[in-house]
Design a protein around this ligand. Structure first.
Ligand code: SF4
Length: 330
């Protein structure tokens, strides 16, 4: 296995004679997008201090308006509150299904594959991942342990598909690149609001104030405008907790073997903060302050539990060829 993504999340010369095996065109394409173009990236200390100060003051003010409620702000919370507000206020009826659980099974399998002796077959690491997950004393473990034979087969098939695409099309990752799967970051200033981000993969080793981390989310469906918002939110949380922003954000589309990559800039972080604060404020208006929710039709209508009683949503679905934007994650 060649190791073109180095320990700073940048890219060594894949055509080097030292590389033990050639990369596929899909791997080359992804590497080209993720390559570090210039020298070391170091953000202004004043900018970071101002960003943290602004976020801390705004979250304290919003906390006071919540009236004691504890609020966990995640990328899915922000997607919901900036989407249909009626759906945002509906009870969360999420439960695992083979389609939604395939992401965490594939992550576990990839984690095993990265540390495997020799080159494992995707089905081999997926089977091992399922066995280990079934022993976990949490919701995921209970779901996997309680699967019917048919659901187990569907989950295995979906996870093998994702794991195979990752192993065949994504550039190889050496352990020296410090890859972390399902990486989480949290930031909790004074008050009752906590910002919490999770991404599929973080690559890179911190070094002083240099921005080195490459953040990657895997998606199994089509491109969607909110995928960049998800990654900008993670970059914001990472910056608030470490005072060092990541270097680059990339959404990798498994079915297409293509990436959408974005350099992290001051503008990226400011946009992430504005969107997060606006989302928290909307939630406060809708809950603590009693504003009437606004219906907004969109792809979420497809799986909305309120669809049967929502003519706007049904009309939208009849007139629109809605696409799936399921991620590898839940
Ligand atoms: S069907 Fe669509 S518009 Fe209607 S409540 Fe659900 S998400 Fe909102």
């Amino acid at each position: 296995m060649s190791h073109p993504v180095d320990s700073v999340g940048s890219v060594s010369d894949a055509s080097s004679p030292a590389a033990p095996s050639a990369l596929t065109p899909a791997q080359e394409r992804t590497l080209a997008l993720m390559r570090r173009a210039d020298g070391p990236l170091v953000f202004s200390e004043d900018f970071i201090a101002h960003l943290v100060e602004e976020a801390t003051a705004a979250v304290a003010e919003l906390s006071a308006r919540l009236g004691g409620e504890t609020l966990w702000v995640s990328k899915s919370f922000l997607a919901r509150v900036h989407g249909c507000e009626v759906l945002h206020l509906a009870p969360d009826e999420f439960s695992w299904r083979p389609a939604t659980a395939a992401g965490f099974v594939a992550h576990k399998a990839i984690e095993l594959a990265l540390n495997w002796r020799g080159e494992p077959a995707p089905s081999q690491v997926v089977d091992e991942a399922l066995a280990r997950l079934a022993d976990q004393p949490d919701q995921r473990g209970a779901f996997v342990a309680g699967l019917t034979d048919a659901d187990w087969a569907e989950l295995r098939s979906r996870a093998v598909d994702r794991c195979t695409k990752f192993l065949q099309d994504f550039p190889p990752l050496p352990l020296s690149a410090h890859p972390v799967l399902e990486a989480s970051a949290k930031w909790k200033p004074a008050g009752t609001i906590e910002l919490s981000g999770k991404v599929d993969l973080v690559v890179g080793k911190p070094a002083g104030r240099e921005s080195r981390l490459l953040i990657v989310d895997f998606k199994s469906g089509y491109r969607s405008f909110h995928h960049r918002d998800d990654l900008r939110f993670y970059a914001l949380v990472q910056t608030l907790r470490q005072s060092v922003p990541p270097r680059k954000l990339a959404t990798y589309y498994l079915d297409y073997a293509e990436s959408d990559a974005e350099d992290v800039t001051e503008g990226t972080l400011e946009a992430g903060l504005s969107r997060a604060l606006a989302g928290i404020e909307k939630h406060i208006e809708l809950t603590a302050e009693g504003r009437a929710p606004v219906k907004r039709v969109g792809t979420a209508c497809r799986w909305c539990p309120l669809q049967a009683e929502c003519p706007e949503g049904r009309d939208f679905l009849h007139g629109d060829d809605v696409v799936s934007d399921d991620g590898i994650d839940e």
